[in-house]
Design a protein around this ligand. Structure first.
Ligand code: PAF
Length: 292
């Protein structure tokens, strides 16, 4: 438990004052953008930023503009009071929890049309192909938050591997000077990647969900003496054979371009990215096959 009192900020003016005071005190500032329903994965980002000596501002905002499925938005878990408590204990300096009106005063539709980000091909594959507009919405909120907070560093979890690539590209094309720090996936003891969506799983679904990571982890060894195509099929067939699980996509891609690889010799950085429905809950995970 930290003994520093955490500020709760609701408006961009309050954020500006908070950041100004931190800068006057000579502090570097980290932003940890989240949509709340916090878990140990989010807290590991706060911890990584604190270890670096940054004063940590965590944003907590379920961003309607990045949801292309209204049902998904409606049932997204919201646990603000519990989140505040966890962040205070984790030693966050401040939490920014704005209303939708504060962020999008002209409404969501107008926000969606306000600007088209140049996100390149990293936003067109995988999640970008299946969730039209999703990454534009992510870029919109993260760019707004970066411009409000002007952090030295932004911290993101590697579970959203593609999202990190998109945010790096957005910062570059928008000319936002911020270091993007990517942090390792946090997993439950049984291997399931921590996600706010896990709380939506029924007990039976929760029991099956760790199979996602197990199949990916086993496929690394399998990949040493099998082709990319066979490794792909190994994962998909294994997951699709389990109750509740249905693979939406599994792609084995170059870790930089995110384009599919056909042969292990094609790149020194190869990642497998999967999206699996567990019942109605959409879960994502990834595994590194080759690392530079
Ligand atoms: O990863 C998330 O939780 C969200 O996409 C983010 C980065 C907070 C933007 O809303």
């Amino acid at each position: 438990m930290s003994d520093v009192k955490m500020d709760i900020l609701r408006t961009s003016d309050e954020v500006a004052k908070c950041v100004e005071a931190l800068r006057k005190a000579g502090r570097t500032v980290a932003l940890v953008p989240t949509m709340g329903a916090l878990h140990a994965g989010h807290l590991s980002l706060v911890e990584a930023a604190r270890k670096r000596g940054d004063a940590v501002i965590v944003s907590l905002f379920v961003n309607p503009v990045q949801f292309n499925d209204p049902t998904d938005l409606a049932r997204y878990p919201r646990t603000e009071d519990a989140d505040f408590k966890l962040l205070e204990e984790a030693g966050a300096h401040a939490v920014f929890a704005p209303s939708v009106e504060e962020i999008y005063p002209d409404g969501i539709d107008s926000a969606r049309m306000s600007h088209t980000f140049d996100l390149g091909q990293v936003a067109e594959v995988m999640e970008g192909r299946l969730r039209p507009g999703h990454f534009q919405g992510v870029a919109l909120i993260v760019s707004k938050l970066f411009r409000m907070v002007c952090p030295d560093r932004g911290y993101f979890g590697e579970k959203d591997f593609q999202q990190i690539a998109v945010i790096r590209r957005m910062a570059q094309t928008e000319g936002i000077d911020v270091e993007i720090v990517s942090c390792p996936i946090c997993r439950a003891e049984d291997g399931l990647a921590l996600s706010s969506r896990n709380s939506l799983l029924t007990p039976d679904q929760r029991n099956v969900a760790p199979e996602i990571h197990r199949a990916l982890a086993d496929s690394v060894e399998y990949s040493f003496d099998h082709s990319v195509g066979s490794t792909h099929d190994f994962v998909v067939e294994r997951l699709d054979s389990r109750p509740f699980l249905r693979v939406e996509y599994f792609e084995i891609v170059d870790g930089r371009s995110l384009l599919p690889v056909r042969d292990w010799s094609e790149s020194d950085f190869i990642v497998g990215c999967v999206t699996v429905y567990c019942g109605e809950v959409r879960l994502i995970d990834n595994i590194i096959y080759r690392k530079p």
